[in-house]
Write a protein that binds this ligand. Sequence first.
Ligand SMILES: CNC(=O)c1c(C)[nH]c(/C=C2\C(=O)Nc3ccc(Cl)cc32)c1C
Length: 278
Amino acid sequence: MTSTLDDFEVLSTIGTGSYGTCKKIKRKKDGKVMVWKEMEYGSMSESEKQMLVSEVNLLRELRHQHIVRYFDRIIDRTRSIIYIIMEYCQGGDLSSIIARNRKEGSFIPEEFAWKILIQTTWALKECHRRKNGKAVLHRDLKPANVFLDAESNVKLGDFGLARVLHHESSFAQTYVGTPYYMSPELVNNLSYNEKSDVWSLGCMLYELCALVPPFTASNQSELNRKIRVGEFSRLPIQYSLELDLIIRKMIQVEVVRRPSIDSILADPIVQCKQETLE
Ligand SMILES: CNC(=O)c1c(C)[nH]c(/C=C2\C(=O)Nc3ccc(Cl)cc32)c1C
């Protein structure tokens, strides 16, 4: 049965992302806590609206323990707002964790970094699996789009919608922030592919450990130059050679030398670390 706005009580606003506002809600009939992401679509073109609808339908099909669960959507045509109702992730997002650790001057434990690496890789593997012939590439993997449940397990969210809102007409209006994780192929205007998500995963894991992105600059052209060169500092010395090495492999400028999702999961160190998670 399709939900209506009256079925829910809004508890609080928990995030204002680049693609809309996230609110913590409670379903009145059973008290279940969820979230909805409000997205105003009035300024979208017809093709963007159609892409948004097909994107939401694609989200509906994806069911995985490390992907935020999609429950329903409500469309308020009088106010041109779509409400996407999804799973509540009590642990919040990785960007808040990075900001807190940076402020405290404390590094995250290595075992937590391995857990995020492994569970996010599993989530990307599911995203990249063909669904009705359509690959769902994340396109905007970053700490603000990776959430944690009450047991600090990864819940990948906001994927795919980036493809809709990156379209020129809405990109300029809604996209905020510096694209620190842009892959060399995107910088060089080449096509985006599964390994572009691997590049972003490596950048995200690097920032989770180093508390700064691998590439920083004061302007886009300098950032693009650094990304093309692909040189960055080793992780802080607290982290093992193995963790530094696998992240370094992901942040390879040459796509063919970058590991695939499957080869990351097949890595002996990852396999060993995964056993400790199970
Ligand atoms: C500081 N962050 C929070 O408190 C926070 C919490 C506890 N949950 C969230 C966000 C989500 C959440 O809890 N579930 C979600 C599903 C999809 C998307 Cl795009 C976002 C969320 C946030 C931003």
